[in-house]
Write a protein that binds this ligand. Structure first.
Ligand code: KG4
Ligand code: ZN
Length: 400
């Protein structure tokens, strides 16, 4: 089945054409117009600018996708969640195309797209009974790997700039939300903290790069919600702890830190008052005694470690409770090497070993291919929406 996927929910306009079947997804065309360079100037995504940029790019991308290709059997378009300014552009383009070419429409959820992203890669890391070393530069060629597929029940950890969700997937289209973030998403926490130390948007990959040569034990950042008996997350407090740490350890730590990042620091609180933390305040104080030796790399590594610890611990807890046959890690933050490795190591310790599906780095970020892949499973069931009725919903929740 030929599926055209359209994604425009944030800062990437992305269109892909897939030849999808139960055996897998073959990419016939894919192209993404990234807006990162534009939004970088503002330190984050500006919705109005995003909408205008999507409107500029979407038609040429769709034209390129359909050039010299047979008519798609279905159009899958992201209808939510995301920025309304971007979603409207994708949905309206899909509506027009559906009407003009008489192609059925699949209203696709962005989070569901991320869930299917490991199935579309051509160089993905697949960990099953044959463990692979992600550190190694040589990976098994795709042709030697079994076709990735989801065995149910599957446990999905979806982590991006807007979402941190643990979802139990009982079958295609059947989702139960185990827990989500109460405040900031993991990617948002990476981005906001990166901004504090003068790194450009999006800061997640930059923190992760600097962290590679840092000491993850240099600063005892809190592990929010780690000990709570639920699957909820909270990252706003961790970001605030990072902010206080920087305030209390000024120029020693981050030589490149921008003055303006520090000018809005609250004057009173202790890091331990910065939201929901499980960490004893004295441990932060102890770490600060060692401040002379803490570098920007140590700061990034310690911060990254705190996020990874929480994400992995909650995923392992859910694995023990729900005994999934497949674990899926997806969304922008799933590109984080430390997270991928730590989760892999921890899952391997569990018996019986479920298999872990990770998207290739290329498909961790927003892309039209994952929307087409998710749309395929709806198209199979003829789960279509009439062009007259399709609507964007910026708050569309996949699982409740
Ligand atoms: O899924 P995505 O492309 O867009 C959303 O739907 O939000 O995710 C983008 C997020 C950003 O917050 C970015 O900083 C984060 O993914 N990210 C990373 C890494 N690569 C991207 N965070 C941590 N480590 C990375 N290597
Ligand atoms: Zn996303």
């Amino acid at each position: 089945m030929l599926i055209l996927g359209i994604e425009s929910s944030c800062d990437d306009t992305s269109v892909a054409l897939l030849n999808s079947s139960k055996q897998g997804h073959i990419i016939l065309f894919e192209k993404t117009a990234s807006q990162i360079e534009i939004h970088k100037k503002y330190g984050g995504v500006v919705p109005e600018i995003a909408g205008r940029m999507h409107a500029e790019k979407i038609v040429p991308l769709i034209e390129a996708a359909l050039e010299e290709q047979p008519k798609p059997d279905a159009i899958a378009v992201t209808a939510g969640p995301g920025l309304i300014t971007g979603l409207l552009v994708g949905v309206e383009a899909a509506r027009a195309l559906s009407y003009a070419l008489d192609i059925p429409l699949v209203r696709t959820n962005h989070i569901e797209g991320h869930i299917y992203s490991p199935l579309i890669s051509n160089d993905q890391f697949l960990i099953s009974n044959k463990p692979q070393n992600l550190k190694s530069k040589t990976t098994t060629p795709h042709s030697l790997l079994p076709t990735p597929h989801i065995q149910f029940p599957a446990l999905c950890l979806i982590i991006s700039g807007g979402h941190t969700e643990l979802i139990l997937m009982k079958n295609h289209g059947k989702y139960k939300l185990l827990g989500a973030t109460k405040d900031d998403a993991a990617g948002e926490c990476f981005d906001k903290t990166a901004k504090l130390i003068g790194l450009p948007y999006p800061g997640g990959p930059q923190i992760s790069k600097l962290a590679e040569t840092g000491n993850p034990n240099a600063i005892n950042f809190p592990r929010p919600m780690l000990k709570e008996e639920n699957y909820l997350f909270s990252f706003a407090g961790l970001k605030t702890s990072a902010l206080y740490w920087l305030r209390d350890n000024p120029p020693l730590v981050i030589p490149t830190m921008k003055e303006e990042s520090l000018s809005n620091f609250p004057t009173h609180p202790h890091p331990a008052q910065a939201g929901n933390t499980d960490r004893d305040p004295s441990s932060l104080r102890l770490a600060r005694d060692d401040k002379q030796r803490v570098t920007i790399n140590d700061f990034c590594a310690s911060f990254e470690q705190a996020i990874v610890d929480v994400l992995v611990a909650k995923t392992i807890k859910a694995t023990i409770e729900y005994k999934p046959k497949t674990i899926i890690l997806a969304g922008g933050v799933s590109a984080n090497k430390k997270l991928r490795l730590t989760l892999e190591e921890n899952i391997k310790k569990l018996l019986p070993t479920p298999h872990l599906l990770l998207p290739s780095l290329k498909y961790c970020m927003d892309n039209g291919a994952m929307i087409a892949a998710a749309g395929y499973y709806h198209a199979l069931k003829k789960d279509f929406t009439a062009w007259k009725k399709i609507q964007a919903d910026p708050n569309w929740e996949l699982a409740i």
